[in-house]
Design a protein around this ligand. Structure first.
Ligand SMILES: O=C(O)c1[nH]c(=O)[nH]c(=O)c1I
Length: 310
């Protein structure tokens, strides 16, 4: 059974890696993911300056997944750039740097700095952080997204990707696709980020479960799987020549299989990784291989994007 993936002009030994934000803020975490059965590594979304993030409690696990309002806590761009300078690219596991600047200028400054280094690291620009109070998700503002992508093209000469929020309407899928398709070096989209501004209620305490934004936070886990699959399948259809990375609700080989069936080139794991740790990658990979063997598929290409309609 071959779980390898070739994209962005490089090969990955498998198809699974972490979702940005999970097990990737500190170098020790990044190295633990790289040393695991994960096929790639993506860093926590970086701002130019380090950030503490929102007040705690800001993450909560529920029976159906997670809610978070971390608020972009990160070590600052230079920390992750330094890690990228020392990263062992020879391991065959690509490094992605997630960038989530607080302004377009900051995103472009980080992209220019990364370009100057000439490193193999690939930027994944986050258009969808839902948890910085007062900062709307860029991906929900089509005009601002169009302007930003033009600026990214000018700031960065190489291939890059974007992390998209979930969309819930065919008109929005079409509007975003029209914008994204104007950018040939925008090589991939990662669908989806958390479903923003959910509210989890604890009936014993009769209170919300996280402190920021009076309890509003991004949802992950089982809550988001159908929405994630819809976004993967729609953008797989609407973005010819681009790759879609599936993210959302993956906790076993089954959901990884669903994402690839829907068109995903590779698959990220967030909520499940947060709780299980990097051992999750070996488990999910093995479950996926067992599923493929039972169905007679020898590689991901044999079923990628082959989701049947009725
Ligand atoms: O609150 C966060 O740090 C966060 N949380 C998310 O669920 N998605 C994001 O892109 C980010 I930047």
């Amino acid at each position: 059974i071959d779980l390898s993936v070739t994209w962005l002009g490089q090969a990955m030994p498998g198809c699974l890696y972490n979702a940005s934000g999970v097990w990737c803020r500190e170098e020790e975490e990044l190295e633990a993911v790289r040393a695991s059965a994960a096929a790639a590594v993506v860093s926590k979304s970086a701002t130019l300056a380090p950030r503490d993030g929102n007040p705690e409690p800001r993450y909560c696990q529920t029976p159906l997944g997670s809610i978070n309002s971390m608020g972009l806590p990160n070590r600052g761009f230079d920390y992750y750039l330094d890690y990228a300078r020392r990263y062992r690219y020879g391991s065959g596991k690509p490094l992605f740097l997630s960038l989530s600047g607080l302004s377009l200028d900051d995103n472009c400054a980080m992209l220019r700095a990364l370009a100057e280094e000439g490193l193999p690291a690939v930027p994944e620009v986050n258009l969808s952080c839902p948890n910085v109070p007062g900062k709307p998700q860029l991906g929900y503002d089509f005009a601002a997204t169009a302007e930003a992508l033009d600026a990214f093209d000018a700031a960065y000469p190489g291939l890059y990707g974007v992390k998209l929020p979930p969309y819930f309407d065919p008109a929005h899928f079409a509007a975003m696709a029209e914008i994204l398709n104007r950018h040939p070096r925008l090589a991939f989209v990662t669908c989806i980020n958390s479903i923003g501004n959910g509210l989890v209620v604890d009936i014993d305490s009769e209170a919300v479960v996280i402190k920021p934004k009076d309890g509003l936070g991004g949802l992950g886990g089982d809550y988001v799987l159908p929405t994630a699959l819809a976004n993967v399948r729609e953008f797989y259809r609407l973005l010819p020549g681009k790759d879609v990375v599936g993210c959302g609700g993956v906790k076993s080989g089954r959901e990884a299989f669903m994402h690839i069936l829907a068109g995903a080139r590779a698959v990220q794991v967030g909520t499940c990784l947060y709780h299980e740790g990097p051992g999750a990658f070996a488990r999910i990979s093995s479950e996926l291989a067992v599923l493929m063997r039972a169905k007679g598929y020898r590689s991901l290409d044999a079923f990628r994007g082959k989701l049947r309609t009725l």
